[in-house]
Write a protein that binds this ligand. Sequence first.
Ligand SMILES: [Zn+2]
Length: 297
Amino acid sequence: MNQRTAEMAYLANGSVLKAAKSVHMRQEDFRTILKGAKTFAPNGDAGAKVLLFDIETSPIKGWTWDVWKQNISPVQIIEDSAILCFAAKWLHDDKVLFQKSKGHYLDDRELIETLATLFDQADIIVAHNGKAFDISRVWSRMIFHGLPPPVPFKVIDTCLMARSILNLPHNSLQGIARYYGLGSKMEHEGFPLWFKCMDGDTDAWERMEEYNIQDVLLMEEVYRKLAPYDKKHPNMALYYEDCADRCTKCGAKALVELNVTAKAAVSMYPSFRCKVCGSVCRSGSRIQIAPVMRNIL
Ligand SMILES: [Zn+2]
């Protein structure tokens, strides 16, 4: 067994003990092989497992009568788009995983299997324009390769998040990052980079890897910047087993009680500001109020 296979077993099982059992190895032997591999397990023991990822795809190849406003029918398509590569990382973890198609650029089965494994482990997936593109494209390829659907997860689409809560000149990753001074996407030669990668050019693949990884790192910055303002953000406190008051946006326990209360239809709740991400949230326990106030309704 090589490091890569060990890593895949580890990813699929979530622990060294279970992974070793799954491949009928002693735990110590398995750990020795895994040691030195670029292991890519979800973060930690507690909290939501949040996966950030980004894909790059090959173009669709086809016959076309013209170049402007074309309606290309299925019979005109010679070659469908495949996923060339992806970069992914867990929130709160420095490691970034990059995987590209194996051999021919259309052979994306192995990387799709890795993505499916990662999806199965994730509680929440973050992708920029992920609903319309990255996630739905991965699903398209999972079905193509006959893989079962992933375990359900929540999606945070940083593009939709920006659109719904902000008013920026651009909602592209580059546009949001520029506006907040978070950095920039890596510059490259444009479409020829894709051609070169499809041709197996090693130097081009290095640039593609750098570009793909930079996109995920930039997206993480954008996500961290916007999340405290997002009222539709999944409640991160739900992913901890303790019953402590936690920030609903980042899960931190570092909360400072505010001297204003959050008011719902018939109840009031203590409200807090998170010292880590700055967002405001309310306690799940309501403030006991005098019966006379409840009768106002
Ligand atoms: Zn927070």
